[in-house]
Design a protein around this ligand. Structure first.
Ligand code: ZN
Ligand code: ZN
Length: 245
């Protein structure tokens, strides 16, 4: 369970929320309208006090949302069309979104010699066996890896419909891969659920995809900066050695 901050109208405040400003305690229940205050809704707070919120005004509240499922932990494999330079570039770009939105390290499959059981999940870009279509062409590598994942019980994540894409209610990041709504119909990204961790320092913080030789990994800003600086220093020292020889 993670606690996140969102800005919503007073009418959308639910029991369990905590108002960011006064009174700052858990809201036990919410009555639509108090007859004494026709433009307010009444909230009974956990400390026994009452608070009145205008349904049309915006309020900052904390809300508890479930954390991400265990199926999404570990390095994931992204499969899809990868026969040409252009297809591989597309697949790598989509894998960036998977890393960015799901906060997981991603390997982009460019051949079929991977052991899918080494991965936490297989993400399918484009055509999937789950579509049930028997006509049309599949990528020869992508289909082998996807079929193996189904056979070995590795979670297979197929693309969600474009219609399901939605922005995170807290930070606005568009969720195109796997937008999950809570009981209030709200979508929260993994960063805002505090489910994203930097793979280098393990800090629970906002991360961005950092390029690896075969994909992307979520890094926090300080780790990305340090890694880039070290890599640059290594390149410079290698060059010096070459010149000396
Ligand atoms: Zn967010
Ligand atoms: Zn870090």
């Amino acid at each position: 369970m993670a606690r996140i901050e969102i800005t919503i109208p007073g009418a959308s405040i639910v029991p369990g929320d905590i108002l960011k400003r006064l009174p700052g305690v858990q809201i036990v229940d919410v009555e639509p309208v108090d007859p004494r205050y026709p433009h307010s809704q009444t909230m009974r707070m956990a400390d026994g006090s009452y608070y009145f919120a205008d349904p049309a005004q915006m309020y900052v509240v904390f809300r508890d949302v479930p954390g991400k499922s265990d199926a999404l932990t570990g390095v994931v494999l992204v499969v899809g069309p990868c026969q040409t330079e252009g297809e591989r570039a597309d697949l790598r770009a989509w894998a960036y979104d998977v890393c960015d939105q799901m906060c997981v390290s991603v390997v982009v499959a460019t051949h079929d010699q991977y052991n899918v059981r080494d991965f936490g999940a297989v993400y399918v870009y484009g055509r999937s066996l789950a579509d049930g279509a028997t006509t049309g062409s599949y990528d020869p590598y992508g289909i082998v890896l996807e079929a193996e994942a189904w056979a070995y019980g590795v979670p297979v994540i197929t693309p969600q419909s474009v219609r399901l894409a939605a922005p995170c209610d807290a930070c606005g990041q568009y969720q195109t891969i796997n937008a999950v709504r809570n009981g209030h119909g709200e979508v929260f990204c993994f960063d805002c659920q505090h489910s994203g961790r930097c793979t280098w320092c393990a800090e629970d913080t906002v991360t961005d995809p950092f390029p690896t030789p075969d994909g992307w990994t979520p890094f926090c800003k300080p780790c990305a900066t340090t890694t880039r600086r070290v890599a640059k220093a290594k390149r410079v020292s290698r060059r010096r050695v070459t010149i000396a020889v």
